[in-house]
Design a protein around this ligand. Structure first.
Ligand code: KG4
Ligand code: ZN
Length: 510
């Protein structure tokens, strides 16, 4: 059984206070800080607090204090929910605080730890802290001693830590989501999305012209909201990143135009990045790095791509993609056939409940032995869609009732079967023990379940980022931009354009 870590670490905000207090009480009982103390800590200028979430649920936090006049910093507190102990979350939070302390110019770091907490002491020692003194009877009322520990930050080196973490604003407009995200290095500061999905509903699919116009209207307010969520002004941003493809031409042009205008107006560098690689790079926001090599399966309303990522910035290979409809599009079209609303994915998930996935054996596209030679990693869903339509039409023409639940469940099974089987094949063929999922279709329950089952069976580690990071968003674009900057890449010139068919090998357009 592989352990799956899905935390998202981001900077704490005052609105997190209630959840932080709940965890504070669960972790520290009668030793807990008061809510007022905690609020003061969160809003102080010389403190820096992080929270970790899993699916929106707070599972950890940690804070640092560093006075501008001093070269030392102090770990104020760190708490990890019982369910997450032993997962490495404490270590990850500490790493991030240490990185931030170094960036703020600290030369040494201090902390206090209870003498009766050997697990925490072990973590700190592993990070390089050494005990410098003991305070007797420090923790009241039980009179437990405190160990005072110190870390020499000038000698502390972990790859990537201590490096300047650039603040990057990312703009995404390749399909129907206008996304603006802000990161500092690999830490999420804001992720705001405005979707024009409702406007496409009556057409049963994304209408490019409507999407482009909606981006135009949504960009300014989305940008403003993202800056306010991060508590920053545009001057605080170090660089701008933007999706320049692949995607809908007109939609891409709106984001690219806005990003260029912003870069010219502010004099900030701009990075034009690949949307698909952004879906993979988003994992840095949860893990700090994208572990490679990894196979990535990206499934949304616009794409179905299977990638082999040997290196996020330098070596991304397209193994296969859909030769007709995208997986999400297939859900949307079949939903229509079944008289369900747009977007079809969640509707079909619901309709499939209680249905028999084996009731109808719908075709698995490009999975016959002859297809597996030429199209081993490619997908095709249009035959499946037609088969569902035929099945329904035939039943109706005969005046027979058909079970919508069975049709939905059998259709979903066919899609999921092909997606997961091909992705797992790619892992096995290339000896890659990791699979990362991305795109809106990842919300599908059966897909998550079957992927987990198959990955467990074949010893593959499955990574599914939080759903808000799986669907199209600006944070993934900002995160990829930040990775490029930290790797020392030059910014793009202002001459790059929106390319609707941008190949996945082109991570950055210069
Ligand atoms: O990544 P995404 O939000 O954006 C675009 O493609 O623009 O993906 C949206 C797609 C839609 O086609 C929708 O039907 C599909 O993801 N989707 C799902 C589910 N939720 C959303 N497909 C299958 N099962 C779901 N639960
Ligand atoms: Zn996408």
């Amino acid at each position: 059984m592989v352990v799956h870590l899905n935390w998202l670490i981001r900077e704490a905000r005052e609105v997190d206070l209630a959840e932080i207090m709940k965890l504070e009480h669960a972790c520290f009982g009668s030793d807990s800080w008061s809510e007022n103390n905690m609020r003061a800590e969160l809003v102080e200028h010389h403190t820096y607090y992080l929270v970790a979430e899993i699916d929106g649920q707070l599972v950890g936090y940690a804070g640092l204090s560093k006075l501008p006049s001093s070269e030392q910093s102090d770990i104020q507190t760190i708490a990890v929910a019982a369910s997450q102990r032993g997962t490495g979350l404490g270590r990850e939070l500490m790493h991030r605080l240490i990185a931030r302390a170094k960036e703020l110019g600290s030369k040494e770091m201090f902390l206090e730890v209870r003498a009766d907490n050997p697990i925490a002491q072990k973590l700190y020692r592993k990070l390089g802290f050494v005990q410098i003194s003991l305070r007797k009877n420090y923790y009241q009322p039980d009179g437990v001693d405190a160990l005072i520990m110190r870390l020499d930050l000038e000698r502390f080196e972990v790859p990537g830590i201590g490096q300047k973490q650039p603040i990057v604003l990312g703009i995404e407009s390749s399909c129907d989501e206008t996304g603006v995200g802000i990161v500092r290095g690999a830490t999420l500061l804001a992720n705001v999305i405005s979707s024009s999905m409702d406007e496409h509903a009556r057409f049963g699919g994304v209408v490019p012209e409507i999407a482009a116009r909606a981006h135009l209207e949504a960009l300014k307010p989305t940008l403003r909201e993202a800056l306010s969520q991060a508590g920053l002004s545009i001057d605080d941003v170090d660089a701008i990143a933007v999706t320049n493809g692949p995607g809908l031409g007109g939609a891409l042009m709106v984001g690219v135009g806005a990003a260029k205008a912003l870069a010219v107006a502010t004099g900030k560098p701009i990075y034009a990045v690949n949307h698909l690689v952004g879906h993979v790079g988003v994992d840095v926001l949860e893990r700090g790095v994208v572990e490679t090599p990894t196979i990535a399966l990206l499934v949304s309303g616009g794409h179905t791509s299977l990638l082999l990522v040997r290196d996020l910035l330098d070596d991304v290979e397209l193994l296969g993609e859909t030769i007709d409809d995208a997986a999400g599009e297939a859900f949307d079209k079949v939903a229509r056939v079944l008289g369900l609303k747009y977007p079809g994915g969640p509707e079909i998930d619901r309709a499939a409940e209680g249905g028999d996935p084996k009731a109808i054996r719908f075709p698995r596209g490009l999975s016959l032995p002859k297809d597996m030679e030429k199209h081993r990693y490619d997908f095709s869903f249009s035959g499946l869609k037609t088969a569902v339509a035929r099945h329904v039409e035939l039943a109706e023409s005969r005046g027979e009732a058909f079970s919508r639940a069975d049709v939905a469940a059998s259709f979903r099974e066919a899609v999921v079967d092909v997606l997961v089987t091909k992705a797992v094949n790619a892992c096995k063929d290339h000896g890659v023990p990791r699979l990362l999922l991305g795109g809106g279709v990842v919300a599908n329950r059966r897909l998550r379940e079957f992927a987990q089952e198959q990955c467990d069976k074949h010893g593959i580690e499955l990574r599914i980022p939080a759903l808000s990071l799986c669907t199209d968003n600006g944070a993934m674009i900002a995160a990829l931009g930040a990775q490029l900057i930290m790797a020392g890449r030059e910014p793009s010139s202002l001459d790059f354009s929106a390319v609707s068919t941008l190949p996945v090998t082109q991570v950055q357009s210069l």
